[in-house]
Design a protein around this ligand. Structure first.
Ligand code: ZN
Length: 143
């Protein structure tokens, strides 16, 4: 069954993240400071290193990998919702390496910003809430 939320009011924020900050934690901090609990995220920039994960759908667990290299953020997409009453930031990135190859995945802690221009489209109204989903093993939006 699908879960749908509707919004008619959006407040846009453009945020430059500081060099050497942790991507996930800094976005969470910004959202908490501005009381943003529902948003769509997009951005570009560069990272000094990244920790990404891939969700193994059979094992129902994340496989994590550390990329100790400088990379461009070609695409950062994500969203903000609530999980167990806390702001939960979910981000995926597509990154390019110095050899112009692409890697990507689900962003984990220990992902270090070189520069990042972030667009937070804050959605005013209902808060999407994440609850554990047995079928996938993930915390997904559920009313
Ligand atoms: Zn993800």
């Amino acid at each position: 069954m699908q879960t749908t939320y509707h919004y008619t009011d959006t407040l846009n924020h453009l945020v430059r993240l500081p060099k050497d900050s942790d991507l996930l934690q800094t976005i969470k901090n910004v959202c908490e400071e501005k009381s943003i609990t529902s948003a769509v995220l997009s951005g570009i920039g560069a990272l000094q290193h990244a920790t990404l994960s891939y969700y193994d759908q059979h094992a129902k667990k994340y496989e994590e990998r550390f990329f100790d290299q400088h990379m461009e953020i070609i695409s950062l997409n994500g969203n903000v919702s609530l999980r167990e009453g806390e702001v939960f930031v979910h981000i995926h990135v597509g990154l390019s390496t110095e050899t112009f190859e692409m890697i990507g995945g689900h962003v984990m802690p220990d992902t270090k910003v070189f520069a990042c221009e972030l667009h937070i489209a804050e959605l005013k109204g209902e808060n999407p809430v994440r609850k554990y989903d047995d079928a996938t093993g993930l915390y997904l939006w559920e009313k």
